[in-house]
Design a protein around this ligand. Sequence first.
Ligand SMILES: Nc1nc2c(ncn2[C@@H]2O[C@H](COP(=O)(O)OP(=O)(O)OP(=O)(O)O)[C@@H](O)[C@H]2O)c(=O)[nH]1
Ligand SMILES: [Mg+2]
Length: 528
Amino acid sequence: MDLQKEIKRRRTFAIISHPDAGKTTLTEKLLLFGNAIQTAGAVKSNKIRKTSQSDFMEIEKQRGISVSTSVMAFEYDGIQVNILDTPGHKDFAEDTYRTLSAVDSVILVVDTAKGVEEQTRKLMNVCRMRHTPVMIFVNKMDREGIVHFDLLEELEKELSIEVCPYTWPIGSGKKFQGVYNLNSKEVSIHASENTSKSDGELRISSLEDAKLDTHIRKDTLETFREEVELVNGVFEPFNHSLYLDGYLAPVFFGSALNNNGVLQLLETFLQIAPSPGPLESAQRTVSPEEEKLTGFVFKIHANLDPNHRDRIAFLRICSGKFERNKFYYHTRLKKKFRFPSPTSFMANSKKVIDDAYPGDVVGLYDSGNFKIGDTLTEGESLQFKGIPSFSPEILREVNNLDNFKTKQLDKGVRQLTDEGVAQLFIKQPGNRKIIGTVGELQYEVIKYRLEHEYGAKCNFSQLAFNRAYWITTGNKKQLDELVMRKANNIAFDKDDTPVYLAESDWALKTVKEMYPDLEFHATSEYEV
Ligand SMILES: Nc1nc2c(ncn2[C@@H]2O[C@H](COP(=O)(O)OP(=O)(O)OP(=O)(O)O)[C@@H](O)[C@H]2O)c(=O)[nH]1
Ligand SMILES: [Mg+2]
């Protein structure tokens, strides 16, 4: 009973978008309304010194972009809200994709002036594949943007999802004055430019109320009324079950920076967004109501706190109740572990918790036992599915620039690649380290973190290879022959699996023809 109650009062979701649409700003405003923080960090005005709560890595503060997912929790109206603020940049998309496997719904942020962008499309594809319920927040309404009706059409067409406006903006650009909730029929007028809370908001319960005339500019009000009439004629009313099945995305308008329209988004989100649901494992579907605990690790992060050099595994609870100090079964290592100080995440502070429920994300101190995708149970052999792996598109060699720090460099490279920041391959002779990524910025993050977290200095040199392929075979002789004859193209991953480094598609094709019994896989997560 208790368990069911706890599940019902939880909402775990990710905020996703193309870079710079305003995810971190929105996250911060949600935390503000949830009383989790007192003042917002104003991401824009001062990206370096005063940064937002959710971008806590030094490098993120400096560049003003998010490079990895931040997890934050707060309570609002008795509901436990777990927000995962993801990075928008494509070089860190792997982190975002993994995060999508750990949430029950998403809020997709779109910049009103930019509309659908490259990453918006890609992320939406992943959501559609997983049938994740999506809400869309059209942000930056304080700026001139695409005509709302055109934008809705663009969203529907480009994202292949049905959309339906849930709120409608009153004016836009400099004249953006608030939003109208098309379902509750309530008007919220934004009165002041305050950045602390919602005190500056006036709620009027009907479109006919004469108060509207005193608070809204005449020309804005006229256009707005006409638009609402049109919207009511064109769009079907919101259908909750189509949303829950991932076929319909309700659309909200607002300005995260000015707190305008954010409260309406939050209130509706709490009402309509799903609580934790069943999740697929390789063996069976796991329902959150099951008494026994299950959960999986979707992210690992070392040195979150510069004062404590800890490595933390982020566990998404899928079923049952998680308890501090209880033994749980690590299904990959087939070993039991217990966790004396599991933590919850609150902006950039952490606190030790005694228990956690489905939907919650728990931080577990890890001394190297976890990998991304690992599952914990109370004894059952389970493996949760859906954590994507990536095939590196750029390969570079690590060069040590400080011989006194070789050990630190080795440790750093190993730990960061364990986190899934990038992939590590070792090439002989000389134990050469090759790092594979999907984007340039990942090298920048690795270099920065090696220097600041491990005291090691390095640079990266270009290699002639542009792709890595994991090799499997039943024909050991052929494999040995390839390893011997093509030694210059062979490296080994962390599990000692041989990998073929290809200069081109053509080179791969030739090798495939020469060694027909060998199988080449573009990712390490091949079916065995
Ligand atoms: N005018 C205006 N600017 C906004 C609004 N919301 C966010 N911004 C600005 O847009 C920029 C990017 O905001 P972020 O919140 O860092 O964007 P993000 O989506 O988290 O970016 P990444 O995590 O790097 O992908 C910042 O300069 C914000 O101040 C808004 O409502 N109006
Ligand atoms: Mg961000």
